[in-house]
Each structure stands twice: as C-alpha cells, then as structure tokens.
Design a protein around this ligand. Structure first.
Ligand code: SF4
Ligand code: SF4
Length: 363
C-alpha cells in the first residue's frame, strides 16, 4: 500500500520495532507481534538514519536519487505498522528492558540416557533457586510416558512456570498417550519427539473443542547426546520476545542463569560445558552457581562475539558458548552456525539469497 508521501512530517519507528543492519542484509524486529522482516542492509541503514527525523530535512541531506529508496521503504514500513509519519516528534514510552526475574537461576536442562535422576529433589532445589523453566531431554527409551507424567506432576507442584520435553521416538509411546500427557499437564509448554520416522506437527485438541490448543512436534532429526546441541540454522531462529531481545544485548542468550545435570549425573552450566561441579545430590546446584568459573560465560553477549556482532540476527539468535570456531577464544563465533552475515546466506540455502528479495517477512 502506498502511503501519503508527505515530507512535512517526523518519521518514527514504532516503540516496539527495531531495525538491525548487517553487512548485506538487515532485519526489522517487531517485538510486539513477534515477527521479523528481512530487508537489504542499505535500506536498514537508511531507516536507522531517518528514525526520529523531520523527513524534509533528512531528505535534504541525501542525493536526490536516494529519495525514492527512502519512500519505497517508508511505504513498506508504514503499511506494516512498523513505522509512521507524525506531525510532532514522538517520545515513545520506553519498552521495559528487564532481562530476567529475581531468581538465581532462570532455566535448567536435565539430560537422561540410561540413568534416571532424582527429579523430585532436583525440582525442589531448582524451585528454591527461583528457576522458571525446565527442559528435559532424553536420548534413550529410559523415560516412558508414565515417568513423563510423574515429572510433570512434580513440576506442577513447584513454582516453575514451564516444562519442555525433547524425548526419543519410541513406537511404544502412542500418539494418544502423548496427547493425553499434554492435555493433562498445562505446564508442558513444548513436546518434541526426536528420531521419529517423519517430521510432522500433530495438533492436540481438548475433547470438547475442535480448535487445536497444543501440538506434538515429531522430527526425524536425532538427538543422540548433548554433543548434538548448539546447531544454529534458519529453523532455530525465531522472532524474539522483548525480554529475549534485550537479554541478548546484555547477557548470554543460552548460558545466563542456566544450570544443568548431564546424562552422567554431573552438574554443569550446560550439559556440554567442560568440567563438572560434582555429581548431583541435594545442594550441589546451589553450591555450583556461586562459583565464578561456573558463571564465566553468563555475561558474554552478542555485541562482543566475533562475526555475530555484525549479524542482523544477533538479537534473535540465542548463541552457543561451548562449540566454538576457536575453542580457546571465548568470543569466537559458534562453530555450528551455518549463517555467514558477510555473504548474507545460510549454508543450507540452495541458491536464493535473502537479499534477492527487497522486503520480506521472515517466517
Ligand atoms: S551452550 Fe551450546 S551446547 Fe550448551 S546448551 Fe547452549 S547451545 Fe547447547
Ligand atoms: S553469525 Fe552469530 S548471530 Fe548470526 S546467526 Fe550465526 S551465531 Fe547467530
């Protein structure tokens, strides 16, 4: 839709929209609607330069051939409610930029292979530390549906707010059992079944409602151990919430306030981190998190990391600080990232670069 192109106005991005330029591509983050849009970097720079300025005065600073480029991008932004033209300069109310809650720990990962863990005590201790979210990943058939149900019950009785399961496909876990598990436990925010025969999302409905409320996500991708973690590809990046966006500007998106218990029962920052803070028993978690070495990567944020610091995805991509291109450099780019911002292309792409499109909603 073409907007009224009057230069006698102030141009402003809306308060919850941000434009991040990379070397080739730019990305507009719409935090309110959790969407983002890919645009060429030259347009992204133009938007950031114009933001908050009187359009007529701004255009006077540019060669006349660039004016049409400005109006082209302005039309797109205004029609998508990302920006507007205003008769008076706007001072938008600042978005709340709190990055976390008061807890010592924000999220936890517990890995399960052959050996089961003492979930009752672990969840009790996580709760005492103020942990909000728990992810349980299983690499074997050891966790059956009954156990998933029991863990969910324990989490529901705690102060934790969310539980994610990433479990191995097992022909013995019927879809009906897993659907019932989801419907019985609202605390389960995500259920992924890896190593499945096919990749598909199965909607789950409540008996009295035809509208699917939940989903079981089956994927052929295998999670054999914690060494399969840390992959960064197009599918692993989604438009962030405001909290994630600001968190990625200030602290580490993956390891900050995280704690884990590996399949071997050892406590670490994440299951793939080197070293160990002891085998889990009640109290081990509380002791580990006050160790300075345990928190070593917590404050490493995207604006410090090689390559990531210029990447337009940097405030959406949650990073990996364990598998690094240069393992001796804590500021090195994640080794398993398949995006090169200097080329503007994902390595799995077969040809078409994002910058081939002028403005594009990224889904
Ligand atoms: S730091 Fe890397 S390996 Fe560890 S949990 Fe995060 S993504 Fe996975
Ligand atoms: S270059 Fe860095 S910020 Fe960009 S996608 Fe890769 S890991 Fe994420």
């Amino acid at each position: 839709m073409r907007t009224e192109r009057t230069a006698e106005r102030f141009f402003h991005l809306h308060a919850n929209c941000f434009c991040v330029a990379g070397p080739i591509n730019g990305l507009i983050y719409d935090l309110g609607r959790k969407r983002f849009y890919a645009i060429p970097a030259v347009f992204a720079e133009l938007i950031n330069d114009a933001n908050g300025k009187w359009v007529a005065a701004f255009l006077e600073t540019l060669p006349s051939e660039v004016h049409s480029r400005f109006w082209e991008v302005a039309d797109f932004l205004i029609s998508n409610q990302i920006a507007g033209l205003f008769s008076a300069s706007k001072v938008f109310k600042e978005l709340p930029s709190e990055i976390d809650g008061p807890g010592h720990i924000q999220n936890a990962i517990i890995d399960v292979d052959e050996q089961l863990h003492d979930f009752a005590n672990i969840v009790r201790e996580l709760d005492l530390l103020g942990c909000e979210f728990l992810q349980v990943r299983s690499y074997s058939d050891a966790l059956n549906v009954q156990m998933l149900d029991e863990i969910a019950l324990v989490v529901e009785r705690s102060g934790l707010r969310g539980l994610e399961y990433i479990v191995k496909y097992n022909a013995g876990h019927s879809q009906e059992d897993l659907s019932k598990l989801l419907l019985d436990h609202m605390i389960i925010s995500k259920l992924v079944v890896h190593s499945s025969p096919e990749t598909t999302a199965v909607p789950v409905c409540y008996p009295d409602s035809p509208v699917p409320r939940r989903e079981i996500y089956y994927t052929v991708e295998a999670l054999r151990s914690c060494t399969d973690c840390g992959k960064i590809n197009r599918r692993s990046i989604s438009p962030p919430s405001a909290q994630t966006f600001f968190q990625l500007k200030r602290v580490n998106g993956c390891l900050y306030k995280k704690i884990s218990i590996g399949a071997d029962g050892e406590v670490r920052n994440c299951p793939s981190s080197s070293g160990s803070y002891g085998r889990y028993s009640f109290g081990t978690l509380s002791k580990a998190i006050f160790d300075a070495e345990f928190r070593r990567s917590w404050d490493v944020h995207k604006d410090q990391i090689s390559t990531c610091k210029v990447c337009e995805y940097r405030y959406a991509c949650t990073d990996c600080r364990v598998y690094l291109q240069n393992p001796t450099d804590i500021l090195s780019k994640p080794a398993k990232c398949c995006y090169d911002p200097y080329v503007g292309k994902w390595s799995e792409e077969t040809g078409k670069m994002v910058s081939d499109h002028r403005f594009q909603a990224v889904t």
